[in-house]
Design a protein around this ligand. Structure first.
Ligand SMILES: *Cc1c(COP(=O)(O)O)cnc(C)c1O
Length: 397
């Protein structure tokens, strides 16, 4: 017989109650394919609200990154610089085109690519830098754009986790030449489980983007009445999102402010409740640099080492709390063999990722649950008071 333990799940997909009516209106409107009214309304909302030159709904963030790779004509042998502490899609999108993936280390404080290590990884084959804004906290974009400009290479922001977050008041995704958002059910906003957005800030890439996503045809021009027939004019694929999915997302866009604020409150509550443990050197809390406004995508803590992280996750699991680790660094994964290299040392990528635990976080989560989870973490360290505190936490320049 199943025992009904009280459990606190790790994530709950966002549902506001506004989605249903929009989805029904698509079903009864008789136009289900992509590029309809809801897709257009979502795209225009993103362009207006975040200052993107062009926004295109895609079936996922992975698809948006694949489109970006096609748009900058990544070819076999080209090199793409990125962190190793990321999701497989960041690398796959470029590896699919035959690119060599060049990893550099991350910063200890934000878990983002270390902007000071990028330049030494650049060669004459480097085509782009792909910064990943981990947990919705921005990378140091001014430095990254400077080094990219100096070497004439592209910057494509993997802002899968970055909607409603900013760097120096600029929305994530609006800073690089292109950017990508994810509306997967695990992200802060969702288009019904899967979905993404390609953000294009470079005018010259827009026309071809509209062709690539419509199976290599100029169907978009045809729909606008600019040509009287549409035909096959470039390579491409099907990168359009169903209207039903855009309608789902549309139901959430009217409430982004409220949702973001509520998530940030939960995040701050965790930070308050756990600050005592940080002062005692038992855990390390996430850092948000001053120029960044975050979106509380993830609340994570880091422990002294990987074994403490594993014991603590087990302790929480025994208490019915689902807390989970995150990426296995890509440079250690089998698929990276032969198609990647790591420039410099990977100290933080390897050590910091093994100490990281993500705590439950979703819109509508009870503050009582945040208190309870925090109490259970404090309790773990009280029970294990022989643990060695973190004595040297180097400060990032
Ligand atoms: C979620 C995520 C992706 C992939 O997003 P999909 O929409 O599932 O394709 C890519 N990169 C990062 C950093 C992510 O967090």
């Amino acid at each position: 017989m199943m025992v009904d333990l009280m459990t606190i799940q790790f994530n709950k997909p966002l549902y506001t109650g506004q989605e249903d009516a929009h989805i029904l209106s698509v079903i009864h409107g008789g136009r289900l394919a992509g590029n309809g009214d809801y897709t257009r309304m979502c795209q225009e909302w993103f362009e207006r609200r975040f200052g993107f030159t062009r926004a295109l709904m895609t079936p996922s963030c992975t698809h948006a990154l694949e489109m970006a790779a096609l748009l900058i004509d990544v070819e076999a042998g080209d090199e793409i610089i990125m962190p190793s502490f990321t999701f497989s899609s960041t690398a796959n999108s470029f590896a699919l085109r035959g690119a060599k993936i060049v990893f550099v280390d991350i910063r200890q404080d934000t878990m983002n690519i270390d902007e000071n290590l990028i330049e030494e990884a650049i060669t004459e084959k480097t085509k782009a830098i792909v910064p990943v804004h981990y947990a919705g906290v921005s990378c140091e974009m001014d430095d990254i754009m400077d080094v990219a400009d100096k070497h004439g290479i592209y910057v494509i922001e993997d802002a899968a986790q970055g909607m409603m977050a900013s760097y120096k008041s600029k929305a994530l995704g609006s800073i690089g030449h292109m950017g990508a958002y994810s509306f997967h059910e695990t992200k802060n906003y969702t288009s019904g489980g899967e979905g993404g957005l390609l953000i294009i800030n470079e005018e010259s890439l827009i026309e071809r983007a509209e062709i690539l996503r419509e199976k290599g045809t100029n169907r978009s021009q045809f729909m606008k009445g600019e040509v009287d027939k549409y035909s096959w004019c470039d390579v491409g694929s099907s990168f359009v999102l169903s209207e039903i999915q855009s309608a789902y997302l549309w139901g959430q866009l009217g409430q982004v402010e409220k949702i973001n604020e509520s998530r940030r409150q939960l995040w701050s509550l965790y930070a308050n409740r756990l600050s005592k443990l940080e002062k005692e050197g038992m855990i390390f809390l996430p850092t948000v640099p001053q120029e960044c406004s975050h979106n509380a995508h993830i609340f994570y803590i880091k422990t002294i080492d990987d074994s403490v992280a594993n014991f603590l996750m087990q302790h929480l699991s025994n208490a019915g709390i689902s807390a989970v680790s995150h990426y296995v660094p890509l440079h250690t994964a089998s698929a990276s063999r032969g198609i990647s290299r790591f420039v410099g040392c990977h100290d933080y990528t390897t050590s910091e990722s093994s100490k990281l635990i993500r705590l439950p976080m979703w819109y509508g989560m009870n503050e009582v649950d945040v208190d309870h989870i925090s109490d259970m973490i404090v309790q773990y360290f009280e029970k294990n008071n022989d643990l060695r505190p973190i004595t040297s936490m180097p400060v990032h320049e």
